[in-house]
Design a protein around this ligand. Structure first.
Ligand SMILES: *Cc1c(COP(=O)(O)O)cnc(C)c1O
Length: 392
């Protein structure tokens, strides 16, 4: 085969860097000149700005999205003997952090259209697989005390939080929003991701919509007491200096990363809009090519703000389609090929194959297409044309 007519990478961060290079290097230079690398004014500024952007009053910068989740679980006092309800169709960190605090991840299947935690499955689970024992809610099968729900706003679209919060209140559960892929997304009432549960966690991993130059993350909350506890957990539970009230960790965000993120945050709305426009182009072009009979496009809830960290299509011929795309210069990725209940390290949880059929089907059929802001119309059309060619 001859060389592809076009190259369309899944993600290219260089065009974004080219535009902001001098501004970012100046910001980095200021931190270097100060030689103050740990916390400090730039971190404070980023925390205030990300909190406000997320509709929250407090932000606590963390070393990664993973550490933000870990600190959130610790701040809510979740540990041995406890269970946390979440989705098996997510990045590993969601369940990995639950296990690291000594608790048990308890999975509930996803909705096949949005790929987010299914509210009807959650309701069924709470009503039929749990029982109240005094003030606690026990998971019948494992015996753990259920303490919290960790919904994941996957691919940049929020979980339907209104019924989720009603269930959380009814059953006495705390809520940690895993908004690693969803900074700035909003629900139908305009409420931002992270502003609804007890604590929201974002990631600034370079491939997220707001990416640092390495690892970084943040917890945001409207609860001043939780914010103070998170700030303490981030520095080994230390307050005042060398007096430890609890056992935390070193979960600090770097001042250098904060400096990069303060520059980038100003552009986040523009980038999210460009991603939405790219998604809109795909919807139109896939429709025009009459491909919606053979592939499923992502379900975007009306009135909500989807920030398209990923644009996911579903095809029963996914693996062959990916090879075809790759041979023609189009990047793609599978998020995620193995649902968490089927991961080797979680075999002890005892979930059989078929336990969560929608998560398993999604893992077998979905593929992410290029959606990053700087893609041209020609590149997007080329992706659609290649997929049309595959099906012709
Ligand atoms: C990226 C991601 C995380 C972890 O964030 P890191 O910053 O990479 O540690 C957690 N949950 C989800 C859903 C993610 O996509």
């Amino acid at each position: 085969m001859s060389a592809p007519a076009m190259q369309v990478p899944l993600l290219d961060l260089k065009p974004q860097y080219r535009v902001l290079k001098s501004e970012i290097l100046t910001a980095l230079e200021q931190v270097c000149d100060s030689q103050a690398f740990i916390l400090g004014p730039t971190v404070k500024q980023l925390e205030a700005e990300v909190a406000a952007y997320s509709g929250c009053s407090h932000g606590v910068g963390m070393s990664s999205g993973t550490d933000a989740l870990l600190a959130a679980l610790m701040a809510l006092g979740i540990g041995a003997g406890d269970g946390v309800i979440t989705t098996p169709y997510t990045f590993f960190a969601t369940a990995g952090t639950i296990v690291r605090v000594g608790a048990r991840p308890v999975f509930v299947d996803i909705d096949p259209g949005t790929y987010n935690l299914s509210i009807s499955e959650l309701e069924k689970f709470l009503n039929h697989e749990c029982k109240r024992e005094g003030a606690t809610l026990a998971h019948k099968a494992s015996g753990v005390r259920l303490k919290a729900i960790m919904p994941v706003h996957l691919y940049g679209q929020m979980v339907d939080m209104t019924p989720l919060m009603a269930l959380a209140t009814e059953f006495g559960l705390r809520v940690i929003e895993d908004a690693a892929q969803a900074i700035g997304s909003a629900d139908g009432q305009g409420r931002r991701a992270c502003s609804i549960g007890d604590i929201g966690c974002v990631s600034f991993f370079p491939t997220k919509n707001l990416g640092a130059f390495g690892d970084a993350g943040m917890c945001v909350t409207n609860d001043a007491q939780l914010a103070a506890k998170l700030a303490m957990i981030r520095v080994h539970g230390m307050e005042p200096k060398y007096y430890h009230q609890l056992v935390g960790g070193n979960f600090r965000i770097d001042a250098l990363q904060a400096a990069v993120l303060v520059v980038k945050l100003k552009h986040l709305d523009t980038w999210s809009r460009a991603r939405q426009e790219n998604a809109c182009f795909y919807f139109g072009a896939f429709g025009k090519a009459e491909l919606t009979r053979v592939i499923s496009l992502p379900e975007a809830l009306t009135g909500a703000r989807h920030i398209y960290n990923q644009f996911i299509i579903r095809s029963p011929k996914r693996d062959a389609l990916r090879m075809y795309l790759s041979a023609r210069g189009v990047g793609s990725e599978i998020y995620y090929p193995v649902p968490l209940h089927r991961q080797q390290c979680f075999a002890y949880l005892g979930y059989a194959e078929g336990a969560f059929p929608e998560s398993e089907r999604a893992a077998a059929e979905t593929v992410a297409l290029p959606i990053f802001p700087e893609l041209t119309r020609e590149q997007l059309q080329y992706v659609v044309d290649v997929i049309a060619e595959f099906y012709a």
